[in-house]
Design a protein around this ligand. Structure first.
Ligand code: ZN
Length: 480
């Protein structure tokens, strides 16, 4: 056990802290802040981040977010697309197209080298680093207006599409101000009060019937059929559309039922409506549960959510390519779990092919296990349930390890990698070849890809805050 400055921090990984010996946690964050500030103070090298684009040339903006997408997830998604569909993902295919810009992005927030979705979405929306967990609420208490409030004031129609709750951190970052991301009832109120022309996702639990009934000119749809059944010519002036397809987050793509629209279907429906806005629109499309697959170290949920996101990107790309007035930005808010395919030669190919046969998420496995009446029953059913979900028959040893872990025993030396079904993720690495660094977000640099009017201003390396200025310039928004 290592004790540093009165805080007893258990766990082998602090030994590395031991190597430097002097840093205490507060000092570490101070250093992080200073480093952050140092990095933030490096705008000299980022100065060219705000090269001016021809102002006001983008009539529309489509901002796409694969939440919590590490570079490993992007890579594996592309490999799975080749394996299943014999073609690259739309995202990777963009890279070889004319007029497409790419950047590497540093995502740290104001109080952490490892950010969260709230701080990242806020960085895009107000151009400032704020503390993790806050939504467009600066450490000194200011509440600058998020982008979709400003674009609406500028006469644009607005849209939010996500597979998470529509009140969750990323969509909230485009429309709300909140000291804490988990105040989702209040964020729901802001979505209704501030007005979003098309908002589609989960989270009906945060929208009481009475609050919805009090809205004028609001159409609520609650199923795939209702969404696809919207009047063909619906325009933003015909009324707002709010899609609430599940009480909580929408299902992982692997578990999505016939009554739930896919992200690509929601993107197509939103674009169909917003394209009829007389003065253009701004739309955010989020594959929000890529992150959740990463947190669970669940290769199946992660990769099939990534491909579902890529299908939505294909819809947005086709739309933007059919005209010359739409800026498209596709990125992620931070890396999560850093998965990697890590076997060699034929063993690698065999293992990765198994990923294409994954059928259910860990969320589905968890629900199936929790449906068992006792821990003994759970232990007995573990093998068949995992095999039904993954196509993988675990060995006795592997079943024993996962069984001990769901019984609450610590299995993995890395403290953070215990609990829930994380040990299953580790055991499945033996079969799928995909291993994970952590169940948490990471500090890795992330990918930004952009094309269309204003994208020329994107330099090769940016702080996450730089996308705010790029959007404001490209849309010709009045200064805040
Ligand atoms: Zn996350």
């Amino acid at each position: 056990m290592t004790r540093l400055h009165g805080r007893s921090i258990q766990g082998p990984n602090m030994r590395s802290g031991g190597r430097s010996g002097g840093i205490n946690r507060r000092g570490f964050l101070g250093a992080a802040g200073a480093a952050g500030a140092g990095l933030a103070a490096l705008p000299a090298s980022f100065a060219h981040a705000r090269r001016t684009a021809a102002p006001g040339t983008a009539r529309n903006l489509i901002f796409l977010v694969a939440d919590g997408m590490s570079t490993g997830t992007l890579t594996l998604g592309d490999m799975l697309s080749h394996s299943l569909h014999d073609r690259p993902t739309t995202w990777v295919d963009l890279w070889s197209q004319e007029g497409v810009r790419r950047a590497t992005c540093a995502t740290f927030s104001a109080n952490s080298l490892v950010t969260d979705s709230a701080a990242s979405a806020s960085a895009w929306n107000i151009g400032e680093r704020i503390n993790n967990e806050a939504v467009n609420f600066t450490p000194d208490g200011r509440q600058p207006r998020p982008l979709w409030v400003r674009t609406r004031e500028a006469g644009k129609a607005t849209g939010l599409v996500t597979t998470t709750r529509i009140t969750h951190a990323t969509p909230a970052g485009f429309i709300a101000n909140s000291p804490r991301r988990d105040l989702e009832d209040d964020i729901a109120g802001q979505i209704l009060a501030r007005g979003v022309d098309v908002a589609l996702g989960g989270g009906s639990a945060h929208f009481p019937e009475a609050a919805l009934a009090a809205q004028s000119n609001l159409r609520v749809v609650r199923s795939r059929a209702e969404l696809l059944g919207l009047p063909a010519g619906h325009t933003p002036s015909d009324g707002r559309v709010l899609g609430l397809f599940t009480p909580d987050h929408m299902h992982h793509e692997l578990d999505r039922g016939a009554d739930e629209p896919s992200l690509a279907e929601m993107a197509r429906a939103a674009l169909g409506i917003l394209a009829r806005a007389p003065d253009g629109f701004t739309l955010m499309i989020e594959g929000g549960r890529v992150d959740h697959g990463g947190h669970d170290n669940d290769a199946g949920a992660l990769l099939f959510n990534q491909l579902a996101f890529d299908d939505a990107l294909a819809v947005a790309t086709a739309f933007a390519r059919s005209r010359n007035d739409t800026l498209v930005i596709v990125t992620t808010d931070h890396a999560t779990a850093n998965p990697g395919l890590t076997f060699y030669t034929s063993r690698c190919i065999k293992a990765f092919e198994r990923c294409g046969h994954l059928k259910r998420s860990f969320e589905w496995i968890r629900a199936a296990l929790n449906a068992e009446a006792s821990m003994d029953a759970r232990q007995r059913r573990l093998g068949p349930i995992v095999e039904e979900a993954t196509g993988v028959g675990l060995s006795e040893d592997e079943l024993a390890l996962v069984g001990q872990s769901i019984g609450g025993q610590r299995i993995d030396p890395f403290f953070a990698a215990n609990g829930s079904l994380l040990v299953l993720g580790s055991v499945l690495a033996n079969h799928l070849g995909v291993a994970f660094a952590s169940p948490e977000h990471t500090a890795d640099f992330v990918e930004v890809t952009a094309f269309g009017p204003g994208s020329g201003a994107l330099p090769p390396m940016i702080p996450i805050t730089a996308l705010h200025g790029l959007v404001v310039d490209a849309m010709g928004l009045p200064k805040a």
